[in-house]
Design a protein around this ligand. Structure first.
Ligand code: PGA
Length: 295
């Protein structure tokens, strides 16, 4: 795992957006071979989305051949509700770049059959050959997507009851009223996230320091679902200094030292052309052949 420690949130956003830009350019996506990007919502990726939109405006990056899959969505919130993740994505990202809306996927929290919606979401991911790069944020309780503490580390896309901590944390988007926050969500599973060829997690602020400590310095544990990234063959956490408040000085120095060494390389190391797929793909549960379709 790579831990990139930067001075503040803006530096984190710049770094992540630049990384995504270079990964997409390096991949050279086309209609037949799109770049499949997993996306989060929340406060953590806002700066990244702003920077990515700037790249698009400056003609430095196109999303024309990018397919996206979002992590989660509330159950029962109309898609045009200002706090739905459909609205969030439209407002902060999709409307600001040249992405083809038919190639964006956000779980439907109003589907008549929620379990069927989750099953089909996994199928849609498999149909495009799996996710190339999954970006994520985490909650203060270490959840990744809505995989709350105690979630199975092998979980797939499903209906999930939100933890009280998460409902309180998210009430800031609902006028501070916990009663307005939906209590159920659809979420990709930890296993779905782990199947991406590469995962990148954005962690910022003191409130996430304990979660980062658990993710990095403690063992893999279902009470801190983000800790599962220790098992991922190509995982990066990008964080600010505040988020490192609970790490040992030795840990911080170790990861900073690695970044110093990487910066000395003549060419910045990018992802290898072809990543191994996660456990589900290896077990033959998902179709690794890229489809040449432009849905
Ligand atoms: P955030 O939280 O709004 O701080 O990014 C993300 C999350 O709870 O998953």
């Amino acid at each position: 795992m790579r831990l990139v420690i930067l001075p503040n949130y803006d530096a984190v956003s710049d770094w992540v957006a630049d990384y995504v830009r270079r990964r997409v350019l390096d991949f050279a996506p086309s209609a037949k071979r799109p770049f499949v990007l997993g996306l989060p919502t929340g406060g953590s990726p806002l700066g990244t989305y702003r920077r990515l939109a700037e790249f698009y405006r400056r003609g430095e990056l196109s999303f024309k051949h990018v397919v996206t899959f979002n992590m989660d969505e509330y159950v029962g919130l109309p898609p045009d509700h200002p706090e739905s993740y459909h609205s969030y994505m439209e407002k902060h990202f999709f409307s600001r770049v040249d992405i083809d809306r038919r190639r964006t996927h956000v779980l439907d929290g109003n589907a008549a059959d929620l379990n069927e919606e989750c099953r089909r979401y996994e199928e849609r991911i498999a149909a495009v050959g799996g996710i190339e790069l999954f970006l994520g944020g985490i909650g203060p309780d270490g959840h990744i997507a809505f995989n709350e503490p105690g979630s199975s580390l092998a979980s797939r896309t499903r209906v999930k009851t939100l933890a009280y901590d998460t409902i309180v944390a998210n009430s800031r988007f609902f006028g501070g009223d916990v009663d307005q926050v939906p209590k159920l969500a659809l979420t990709i599973g930890v296993g779905t996230f782990m199947d991406a060829r590469e995962v990148l997690i954005i962690i910022s602020g003191l409130a996430k320091a304990h979660a980062l400590y658990n993710a990095i310095e403690c063992g893999v544990n279902h009470m801190w679902t983000v800790s599962m990234v220790q098992m991922h063959p190509h995982a990066t956490i990008v964080c600010d200094e505040d988020a490192t408040a609970e790490l040992r000085v030795r840990t911080v120095n170790y990861f900073k030292g690695i970044e110093k060494m990487l910066a000395r390389q003549p060419t910045y190391p990018m992802a290898p052309k072809s990543f191994p797929l996660g456990p589900a793909a290896r077990a033959g549960r998902i179709n690794t052949r890229r489809r040449s379709r432009s849905e």
